[in-house]
Design a binder for this molecule. Structure first.
Ligand SMILES: *[C@@H]1O[C@H](CO)[C@@H](O)[C@H](O)[C@H]1NC(C)=O
Ligand SMILES: *[C@@H]1O[C@H](CO)[C@@H](O)[C@H](O)[C@H]1NC(C)=O
Length: 464
């Protein structure tokens, strides 16, 4: 998916960083020169220059004569530049930020000493901390405050903001600890700055968005993106004159909106819906439109207020012209799937409200104000959907059949009068009878074609 000419930034640094973070731990390590390097400069580590530096750091480490610390059974502060015999226990004192060392067990220690005498490299057995531990620990000694209650989301965002502001100071703290790690938040800030900077090249901007997309899949990260204005920067990216920037901004937004109500709300307030619709309504490369349509789906799903706005802004007309464009069958199928999702979502919401009475009255009220089916009927979607049944691919037809079914209550009269539709359905029925028979011969009782045949037959029955 990476456009040609872009360096493959993503895999190497991500693999490296992930390897370290996914184990959800970071290591307080004396060889901070090499480890710190890997953690702070994930992007550069794929470049030759970085490899060279790393190699140099390794060499320096090999030749460096370390002063060896003599641990006891008590925790003692470790000073920069001191080495610890293998097997010692090392911890980061989260109150003071000092690294502390004590003896782990005599036997182990002696064994390790033997190792030392044989001239082996130090093998430092260290405690591990999650990056989350570190984040809150640092926040603690920045603020001297209790950061336990991250629970209230508002509060959390405010704290994240505080975390964000003194980021240069945080980095200094990290440096003083000889511990260098980039939190997801720092990475996102860096990527947003890269993208937002007028001195970044187009390729750098796209690469930044591409990397950012990975982070915002996590709900917390997507919400953190809000806290420092990063989401708005990406939304504004939809205004770019570069189709690639539009495309990758939409790629990030689609991931950030997905099942994330807070982000969805902010995006609506930030004008994302209008911008997405403008892109869909104007001449743009297919790839950009695909990602924008995906972002639109994520923004609308489970968010009746956005659905209302979508209808008000003429979203259905925009989708209609998209479907009627030549050569965009892929988009047409996605549009129909989106409509199917919206129709069924509203239906289920209303059913669920009746059955369980769990849903908040406001939410139900909002769903009730989404006048989707009447708008679909007025704007000719009964016919548009029926025409799409002529698409050649089975899965496209499957989606269209689903949608025809969902629109049945609204469109029944139109369908009945639609001769072309009944002809298409009849010829599809014949086609899938044959295919289902073959399927059955191959021993598949509940095959795919049989299922399609079932949908067609029941539609024909309904329309009789
Ligand atoms: C993005 O850049 C603009 C203009 O250079 C600046 O005003 C804005 O604060 C930047 N936003 C972020 C989140 O860095
Ligand atoms: C983005 O473009 C829309 C029109 O498409 C315009 O109304 C809006 O002011 C622009 N926003 C920014 C931040 O440039």
């Amino acid at each position: 998916m990476l456009p040609p000419g872009l360096p493959p930034f993503r895999m190497a640094p991500r693999g490296l960083l992930l390897g370290l973070l996914m184990a959800s731990c970071f290591t307080v390590c004396l060889s901070h020169q090499s480890l710190g390097f890997a953690l702070t400069n994930p992007e550069k580590s794929s470049t030759k220059e970085a490899e060279k530096k790393e190699a140099i750091a390794e060499e320096e480490l090999e030749s460096e004569v370390l002063e060896v610390f003599d641990p006891t059974h008590e925790w003692q502060a470790l000073h920069p530049g001191q080495a610890v015999p293998a097997g010692s226990h090392v911890r980061l004192n989260l109150q003071t930020g000092a690294r502390e060392v004590k003896l782990q067990s005599d036997d182990q220690f002696r064994n390790n000493l033997k190792g030392l005498k044989k001239g082996r490299r130090l093998n430092i057995n260290t405690n591990t901390y999650t990056s989350q531990d570190l984040k809150s620990a640092l926040a603690k000694f920045k603020e001297g405050a209790d950061m336990e209650s991250f629970k209230e989301d508002k509060e959390r965002q405010a704290k994240v903001k505080q975390l964000f502001r003194p980021i240069e100071e945080l980095k200094k703290d990290f440096a003083e600890l000889n511990v260098v790690i980039e939190t997801d938040m720092q990475i996102m800030v860096r990527l947003i700055n890269k993208f937002n900077s007028s001195s970044s090249s187009l390729e750098e901007k796209i690469a930044a968005l591409f990397d950012l997309e990975y982070y915002v899949h996590q709900m917390d990260n997507a919400q953190d993106l809000l806290s420092f204005g990063g989401l708005q920067v990406v939304i504004n990216g939809l205004n770019s004159t570069e189709p690639l920037v539009k495309e990758y901004a939409a790629f990030v937004l689609g991931a950030a909106f997905s099942s994330n109500p807070k982000v969805q709300v902010e995006a609506i307030e930030g004008g994302a819906l209008q911008k997405l619709l403008v892109i869909l309504a104007t001449e743009q490369p297919l790839a950009a439109k695909k990602k924008v349509l995906f972002a639109l789906c994520s923004l609308l799903r489970h968010f009746p207020y956005a659905q209302q706005q979508f209808l008000k802004l003429g979203g259905l007309q925009v989708l209609r012209s998209l479907v009627q464009d030549k050569g965009t069958d892929v988009l047409a199928v996605r549009v129909v799937t989106l409509l199917y999702d919206l129709v069924t979502e509203k239906m289920f919401a209303e059913e669920e409200a009746e059955l369980t009475r769990d849903m908040s009255p406001q939410k139900l009220q909002q769903y009730r104000q989404v006048h989707l089916l009447p708008s679909l009927q007025e704007q000719g979607w009964c016919e548009i959907t029926a025409r799409l049944l002529a698409l050649p691919e089975h899965d496209a037809r499957e989606k269209v059949l689903q949608t025809l079914g969902a629109l049945l209550a609204t469109c029944r009269d139109r369908y009945r009068q639609d001769l072309q539709l009944s002809q298409t359905l009849s010829s599809l029925q014949a086609e899938y009878q044959a295919l289902a028979a073959l399927e059955l011969q191959e021993g598949e009782e509940d095959g795919y074609f049989r299922e399609l045949l079932g949908s067609i037959t029941s539609l024909l029955k309904e329309l009789r």
